[in-house]
Design a protein around this ligand. Structure first.
Ligand SMILES: Cc1cc2nc3c(=O)[nH]c(=O)nc-3n(C[C@H](O)[C@H](O)[C@H](O)COP(=O)(O)OP(=O)(O)OC[C@H]3O[C@@H](n4cnc5c(N)ncnc54)[C@H](O)[C@@H]3O)c2cc1C
Length: 408
């Protein structure tokens, strides 16, 4: 008598979020365990916006690309549910959505991002959803010679480090180009510029800032008591400027039903498993309690979580722990600078800085699956574009940003 094998049941995986970490996790699972998993992505956003490129918008160099989310999710072989997570019942492996659905999962990956809040009530806080709207007028005032001094301030807890430096460098570059007089100062709690990239890369960034005439005040804790004043501690020094631009402060997504760490971030182990939760719940990206928030690192965290889920689903995968290597393409007014470092204990070592790309494709978000996937989409979109299409910033392999043949 022959016995029939029980029907194979795929692992039902929910990925919550529609940003870098969520898409990377979905693409990773489609590669690692396509036959063993049934993936649903739950997100409220209809588009995936390439946030790092929003920094060029105030300079009229084009802008960030917007990709419809549904085809990306479909390409990953997953289903998209347009909804939002409301709360989780880990003991029942169930999540509840704002749309009042109760969804039972076999594994859950939380990729909810961080919440950005202005730290100062004065000055302009960087908000990538409307950078053009908030900073374009300011850049025009620099060009017109109406603004003579600006401070770019990072509040105590570092949010995303790159955009502050990029905006300062590009503003100083635009002032130089238009022969406007501008004193540009970065105020940061870091020990040295972009210190997370380690000494070597930080020294190169310091030289770049000096050449661009951008002064940097490091180990500084700033307050902005008035729109034109920055108070720097220790020392209670006062910096008078015409305008202040600040990074926001980041907070965790504050999910109901799981334990949360300091400032609402989700505590995870090196495989992305949420600490102190018995069930199969993982998290990745800006939402977790890793001190550095960066898309490339978020993608590596998503890969670690996806590997754990793939192994759980029975795929032949040995999950590797998150072992961060940070890659950053720093936009300047001239050639970009490519920075790489390994991170350990919140510090960068083995750092490298180069004007030629050291990773491929050399995109701003260095991600195993997302970067080549978007690269293909971009190439196809560029090929399909007519000559009369609107100008759009594109990243070029070993040069500056280009807009319709104009090098910046
Ligand atoms: C101006 C700027 C420049 C940057 N430059 C770089 C750079 O050069 N390189 C780099 O690597 N990184 C850069 N970063 C950082 C990078 O953009 C972030 O680290 C990255 O977007 C984090 O990805 P994430 O998926 O964790 O979060 P997000 O990209 O924030 O995505 C979170 C997703 O979760 C969804 N969501 C939120 N709440 C819910 C809910 N309750 N239910 C369902 N879905 C929900 C949101 O809609 C969103 O889709 C930059 C950031 C900014 C703002």
């Amino acid at each position: 008598m022959t016995t029939q094998a029980p029907p194979f049941k795929k692992l039902s995986v929910c990925i919550v979020g529609g940003g870098v970490a969520a898409i990377e996790a979905a693409l990773a699972l489609s590669d690692l365990a396509p036959e063993q998993t049934d993936v649903t992505v739950i997100a409220p956003n209809s588009e995936f916006v390439y946030r790092p490129m929003t920094v060029v918008e105030p300079f009229a160099f084009g802008g960030a690309r917007h990709y419809p989310l549904a085809p990306i999710v479909a390409d990953a072989g997953a289903k998209l549910l347009v909804d939002e997570l409301s709360w989780i019942e880990p003991k029942k492996n169930t999540l509840h959505t704002k749309g009042e659905e109760a969804i039972v999962y076999d594994a859950l990956i939380l990729a909810l991002g961080a919440r950005a809040h202005p730290r100062y009530s004065h000055g302009t806080t960087i908000d990538d959803r409307r950078l053009d709207e908030t900073l374009h007028g300011l850049i025009q005032d620099v060009e017109g010679g109406y603004i003579h001094s600006m401070a770019f301030v990072s509040p105590g807890r570092m949010a995303w480090p790159l955009p502050l430096y990029e905006l300062a460098l590009m503003t100083a570059g635009r002032a130089y180009d238009t022969q406007a007089e501008l004193a540009t100062t970065i105020v940061t709690p870091e020990d040295s510029p972009l210190t997370i990239f380690g000494q070597g890369a930080s020294d190169t960034v310091s030289e770049l800032l000096q050449r661009a005439n951008v002064q940097t005040i490091t180990s500084a804790y700033a307050e902005v008591p008035e729109a034109n004043e920055v108070v720097i501690n220790p020392g209670n020094r006062r910096l008078k400027v015409d305008r202040v631009v600040a990074l926001p402060e980041l907070y965790g997504p504050g999910v109901r039903g799981i334990p949360l760490g300091e400032n609402g971030f989700i505590p995870v182990d090196q495989h992305g498993h949420v600490r102190e939760v018995k069930g199969p719940i993982y998290a990745a990206g800006d939402a977790i309690d890793f001190p550095i928030k960066q898309g490339g690192l978020g993608a590596q965290q998503a890969d670690a979580a996806a590997e754990s889920v793939a192994a759980l689903a029975g795929a032949a995968v040995t999950p590797k722990p998150f072992d961060p290597v940070i890659h950053a393409k720093l936009l300047t007014y001239d050639q970009p600078l490519y920075l790489t470092a390994q991170i350990s204990g919140g510090h960068g070592f083995s750092s490298e800085a180069s004007h030629t790309p050291t990773w491929s494709p050399p995109s701003k978000i260095a991600a195993l699956y997302l970067a080549p996937y978007l690269d293909e989409l971009d190439k196809a979109a560029d090929a399909a574009k007519d000559t009369g299409a609107p100008r759009q910033a594109v990243e070029v392999p070993d040069g500056a940003i280009q807009t319709a043949g104009v090098s910046v």
